[in-house]
Ligand binder design. Sequence first.
Ligand code: G3H
Ligand code: 13P
Ligand code: ZN
Length: 311
Amino acid sequence: MALINTKEMLMKAYEGGYAVGAFNINNMEIIQGVTEAAAELKAPLILQASAGARKYAKPAYLRALARAACEDLGIDFALHLDHGADFETCRECIDTGFTSVMIDCSSHPFEANIAETKKVVEYAHARGVTVEAELGTLAGIEDAVSVDAEKALYTDPDEVEEFVKSTGVDSLAIAIGTSHGAYKFKPGEDPHLRFDILEEVARRLPGFPIVLHGASSVPQEYVRQINATGGALKDAIGIPEEQLRQAARGAVCKINIDSDIRLALTAGIRKVMFEQPDAFDPRTYLKVARENVKTIVKHKIKNVLGCEGKA
Ligand code: G3H
Ligand code: 13P
Ligand code: ZN
């Protein structure tokens, strides 16, 4: 079994009216929890690593752990670079075994975004690697950089055809109301996706896979569990899962989830520490945390992505 690129899986997702989950990985327990969930539900899968993840776990460990999961579970999935900042970062990942990369120059001017993305596409495609790029800016925190909600910009549908045509990119992340991190919206706010923008983008790019970042929904049960065991998370909510499911029925073929995994993992560790104050064997609490990761990923596959049985 092998690491594969995202070309075929995203095309199948488009045709099938579902999305593939792209889950952020930072350690062995997350990789095991995510891959076991996908294997058991026969779901297509993308594991993705941010710059922060590569700094924390080291790329060699992440690659080896991902390959170990392919071998252990007998499944194929993609290993994707999340939010690659520039050509050099993408090149390094392509040269060392990533099967897909994101070049994120969404904060640069349109022409500069096109130029850097095109460079990455040429290098990646010559090596069988797929490329995601982004137009528009999401609010929230990614790689410790915070973007104010006021500075976040929805994707302009007028730009997407020229961008995709001039770069040759394989998928496009757009900003339609999602945001990064665990503090997305305050309770009482009305988080919603801009389906009007999504539909207009889809009309202009028929058959082309769209990506949603910042798609964690902040499960309240985990927030409550963390706070009931001494945590101090602020109250927050995400985009309702039914809206994400609706987007996945249309042109959205890849949905990124990181924060919900972090919440599931942390809730598991805190629960054990709280209930068993004498626990000090990491296997005791990480086992529960890993099981929580598996549970949340299965929930996403069934209720948000709609990709059970599509691998
Ligand atoms: O989009 C950002 C991801 O959630 C990665 O977060 O940079 O803290 O690893 P990170
Ligand atoms: P969340 O913070 O909503 O999980 O988004 C993750 C993401 O978009 C990774 O690229
Ligand atoms: Zn993201």
